[in-house]
Design a protein around this ligand. Structure first.
Ligand code: F6P
Length: 318
C-alpha cells in the first residue's frame, strides 16, 4: 500500500485545514495510507506522525489555522536535520510527502525531493508571494478580512475626522495592501513594489479634508514601512489628527472564504492525480483558473510579481 504524509509549515493560513482534508480524503479514496506530521518539518525530525483516516479530517473544512500545527524549523535547514527527517520517512515506508506552506516551506520541500522523497508543494500563505501561481491558499480570506477591518476603522475615523494609517502583513509582497486597498476605496496605498512619496500622500490627504472629507485611509504593506512611523510623518506634514493601526496576526485567522475552501480542495485532490500520472517534485498553483504545477527549481528561478496594472487602476480611481 502506498503511504503519503502531509505537513503544514511556516506561517499558517486559512484553508490549510481544507487542503489537508482534500489530500487525505483523495488519498484514502485511492487506497493510500495517510499520515499527518505534527508541527511541520520539526515534526519530521522529531518523528511526530499521526495516522489520518476520514474521521480525523472531518469538521475542519471551515476552520482557520492548521490542526496539524505549524513551525518554522531552523534544524531542517541543516544537512543533519534533513537526513533525520528523511530517515524517519523511510523507516515508516512513506513514499510521498505533501508540504503546505510558503517560500521557506518550499525550500524544505525541495530538500526532501533532492533526497529522493516524492514531494509536492501546496502554496499556503496569506502573502500571495509564491511565483507561478495567481493565488496562494489564505490570500482571499485575508483580503476579505482586511477589507472588513478597514471598514470598521473608517467608521471611527470619520466620527473623529482623523487619518487612519493601517499596516497589513505580506512580508516583501504588497498584494494584500494593494487589493484590500482597492476593495476598500482607500486614499493611498504604500507597497514595497512602488517607491513611496509621503509628501505627495500627505498633500493629497490634506486636500481631501480641505474639500470636506471627514476621514482618510492610508494602507501600508509591512514591506513598505511601519504604520506608527508613517502616521507620525503624515501628521507632521499635514497637521491632521492621525492614528496608526497594525493589523498583525488577526489577518491570519478566521474561517476560510469559499474561494479558499474550493481552491485548496482542488489542489489537494490534484496531488493524488499527479502521483498517478508519475509527476513529482513540483509545487502546485493556479494560473488563469487552471491548476498548474512547476518544479521547485522553476518556482525558485521565477520572480514573484504583483499585477502593477492594479496599482495603475487604483491611482486612476482614487
Ligand atoms: O508569511 C506569513 C506572515 O504572516 C507574513 O505576512 C508575516 O511577515 C509573517 O508571517 C509573520 O510571522 P510570525 O507569525 O512568525 O510572526
Amino acid at each position: 500500500m502506498k503511504k503519503i504524509a502531509i505537513l503544514t509549515s511556516g506561517g499558517d493560513s486559512q484553508g490549510m485545514n481544507s487542503a489537508i482534508r482534500a489530500v487525505t480524503r483523495s488519498a484514502l479514496a485511492n487506497n493510500f495510507e495517510v499520515y499527518g506530521v505534527r508541527r511541520g518539518f520539526k515534526g519530521l525530525i522529531d518523528n511526530d506522525f499521526v495516522k489520518l483516516g476520514t474521521k480525523e479530517v472531518s469538521d475542519i473544512l471551515y476552520r482557520g489555522g492548521t490542526f496539524l500545527q505549524s513551525a518554522r524549523s531552523e534544524s531542517f535547514k541543516t544537512p543533519e536535520g534533513q537526513a533525520k527527517g528523511v530517515e524517519n520517512l523511510k523507516a515508516k515506508g512513506i513514499d510521498y510527502v505533501v508540504v503546505i506552506g510558503g517560500d521557506g516551506s518550499y525550500r524544505g520541500a525541495q530538500a526532501l525531493h533532492r533526497h529522493g522523497i516524492k514531494t509536492y508543494g501546496l502554496p499556503g500563505t496569506i502573502d500571495n508571494d509564491i511565483p507561478l501561481t495567481d493565488y496562494t491558499i489564505g490570500f482571499d480570506t485575508t483580503l476579505n478580512l482586511v477589507t472588513d477591518l478597514v471598514g470598521n476603522l473608517r467608521d471611527t475615523m470619520s466620527s473623529h475626522e482623523r487619518v487612519s494609517v493601517i499596516e497589513t502583513m505580506g512580508r516583501n509582497c504588497g498584494d494584500i495592501a494593494l487589493q484590500a486597498g482597492i476593495a476598500s476605496g482607500v486614499d493611498a496605498i504604500l507597497i514595497p513594489e512602488v517607491e513611496p512619496d509621503l509628501e505627495k500622500v500627505a498633500a493629497s490627504v490634506k486636500a481631501g479634508f480641505d474639500r470636506g472629507k471627514s476621514h482618510s485611509i492610508i494602507i501600508v504593506a509591512e514591506g513598505a514601512g511601519e504604520a506608527p512611523e508613517v502616521a507620525k510623518k503624515i501628521k507632521e506634514l499635514s497637521g491632521l489628527d492621525t492614528r496608526a493601526t497594525v493589523l498583525g496576526h488577526i489577518q491570519r485567522g478566521g474561517s476560510p472564504s469559499s474561494f479558499d475552501r474550493v481552491f485548496s480542495s482542488r489542489l489537494g485532490h490534484r496531488v493524488i492525480e499527479l502521483i498517478q500520472e508519475g509527476i513529482t517534485g513540483v509545487g502546485l498553483g493556479i494560473e488563469s483558473n487552471q491548476l498548474t504545477h512547476h518544479t521547485f527549481d522553476e518556482i525558485f528561478n521565477a520572480k514573484n510579481t504583483i499585477d502593477l496594472k492594479l496599482y495603475q487602476i487604483f491611482q486612476d480611481l482614487v
